[in-house]
Design a protein around this ligand. Structure first.
Ligand code: ADP
Length: 484
């Protein structure tokens, strides 16, 4: 197999900048591909504050690119970071990217997000022309990079180093399409002859995701089930018809996890390490989590956990309906999340009423996340929809048994206890309502009360193969098929 030159263009990637699962994928899939012998570069905006907080050393590259945007000619210096075998290229433009948030304040969006990310798409294509070898594949992600495939096929065909590259566009979440007013069309110099319903026009507005879907050589989404779901009106976010027109180039490849980074056997953020067959450390993590969060120790009750963006997608309303019932039963809860301010306030209030039984931290904190994955008994993920979900993969790896709604990637990655007791790695429920969620948690708690049975589920979950091995090979096969 010839060595390929693969360029990821993404708006976030771990460990440099992260708000959710996209960063996990854009950080770990390149690593898996480079381990398979390919050259992978990841191009990101240079978010100075977040990158500095990551602690990864950055070097200026002594190269820059020039990009025109909204009537202004800008020069964007490039910076470089190396994490394992992967080269990160960072595009500097401080007035656009050196901000407190990546996309906006908590629960909100910056007003200039469209010019910010269109600038980034162009700068990334310009930067790719400076790479030492011609690009074979551009792999773009979500609405922020939706215009890359179209710009490549139109305004960048004169750049011989990238003109023949193929493009793969991955939809990590169809709910965020990047829809903006049409007045940007000429201000940003978009290819206006593509402004029609068969391309990026969407109810008289510009839709970045439609541009990606239309122009990419192949579209993927992050699980097989979600690839099927998005073709239906229920999950299609008004693009199911359009996606149906392009279904011939759509497939689902389930996300993996960087299993070295997320490994309870070596994780330095947790109180004690553990692994299959040697699980004693997990009890120490649980006890430490109770102490650190002010929860009562040794209650003989299960510790339910959740780590999530607080958005409608995540079933926060279902969670809020169920919490009083669980508190009444004596269960403990440790929740970490940020997002919708009203939900943060409600969770804050519930936790303040019973601090020994419920802990809530509003914010984004990876160290705390690791402690919660390690310390919890049961991990809650009642998503209304879930393209893949990384939380349940991390939870299983840390022996924190997920209770999930059977949708999208949750359905594809969690083996439900009701389907097969001996292989089970978690519990699933079908209907998105509080009663179904409560019942699934009750079923999990019942098994939790039988240590021998619970041990088997924990063992199955911890030893589940959530690595990138199979999925990275599937992406490579796809890249190769496009280049043949
Ligand atoms: P999404 O990308 O839709 O937010 P995923 O389950 O795919 O959901 O990925 C979420 C990722 O973000 C996981 O790595 C999870 O651990 C992390 N995460 C979510 N919320 C927080 C938080 N408040 N603090 C730390 N990590 C978080």
């Amino acid at each position: 197999m010839a060595k390929m030159n693969i360029v990821f263009i993404a708006s976030e990637a771990a460990p440099l900048a992260k708000t959710g699962g996209l960063a996990d994928v854009a950080g770990s899939l390149p690593l898996a591909l480079s381990r398979l012998g390919h050259k992978v570069s990841v191009i990101l905006p240079y978010y100075r504050k977040q990158v500095a907080a990551s602690g990864v050393p950055i070097k200026p590259l002594k190269k820059s690119v020039n990009v025109w945007i909204d009537g202004v000619d800008r020069t964007a210096p490039l910076h470089q970071a190396k994490v394992d075998g992967v080269d990160f290229l960072l595009v500097e433009q401080d007035d656009l990217f050196d901000r407190d948030g990546l996309y906006g304040p908590a629960g909100g969006a910056y007003e200039d997000n469209f010019p910010r990310y269109l600038f980034f798409c162009r700068a990334a294509l310009e930067a790719s022309c400076l790479l030492s070898k011609p690009v074979d594949v551009f792999h773009c992600h979500d609405w922020q990079t939706g215009f890359v495939p179209l710009l490549l096929k139109t305004q960048y065909q004169h750049q011989t180093r990238i003109a023949d590259a193929k493009s793969v566009y991955t939809i990590h979440n169809l709910a965020y399409q990047g829809v903006f007013p049409s007045f940007w069309l000429h201000r940003l110099g978009l290819p206006a002859d593509y402004y029609h319903t068969g391309s990026f026009e969407f109810y008289s507005q510009i839709n970045c995701m439609k541009a990606g879907i239309m122009a990419a050589d192949h579209i993927t989404t992050v699980s097989q089930t979600y690839a099927e779901e998005i073709l239906t009106p229920e999950y299609g976010c008004n693009l199911n018809g359009f996606l149906g027109d392009h279904a011939g180039k759509l497939s689902g490849i389930v996300n993996g996890l960087d299993i070295e980074n997320w490994d309870p056997a070596t994780d330095k953020s947790i109180t004690a390490n553990y692994t299959t067959g040697k699980m004693q450390g997990k009890a120490a993590c649980r006890a430490a989590l109770q102490i650190d969060t002010g929860l009562a120790s040794d209650t003989g009750q299960p510790l339910l956990t959740m780590i999530s963006r607080l958005a409608e997608q995540k079933g926060v309303d279902l969670l809020l309906e169920c919490i009083p019932h669980w508190l009444q039963k004596g269960y403990q809860l440790a929740i970490l999340g940020s997002g919708e301010p009203a939900w943060e306030a409600m969770l804050q209030r519930l936790a303040a009423e019973r601090p020994e039984q419920m802990y809530f931290f509003a914010g984004f904190d990876e160290k705390l996340a690791r402690k919660i994955y390690a310390g919890g008994d049961i991990f809650l993920m009642p998503s209304r929809f879930e393209p893949c979900g990384l939380g349940q993969l991390m939870a299983m790896r840390y022996g924190n048994i997920p209770v999930v709604r059977a949708t999208g990637g949750l359905k594809d990655t969690v083996t439900d206890y009701a389907q097969g007791k001996t292989q089970a790695t978690g519990f699933a429920f079908a209907e998105a309502n509080p009663a179904a969620f409560r019942d699934a948690v009750s079923a999990a708690v019942e098994v939790w009360g039988k240590p021998e049975n619970w041990k088997r589920i924990v063992n199955n979950a911890v030893s589940r193969d959530s690595s990138w091995d199979a999925s990275a090979s599937a992406y490579l096969e796809l890249y190769e098929s496009l280049n043949n």
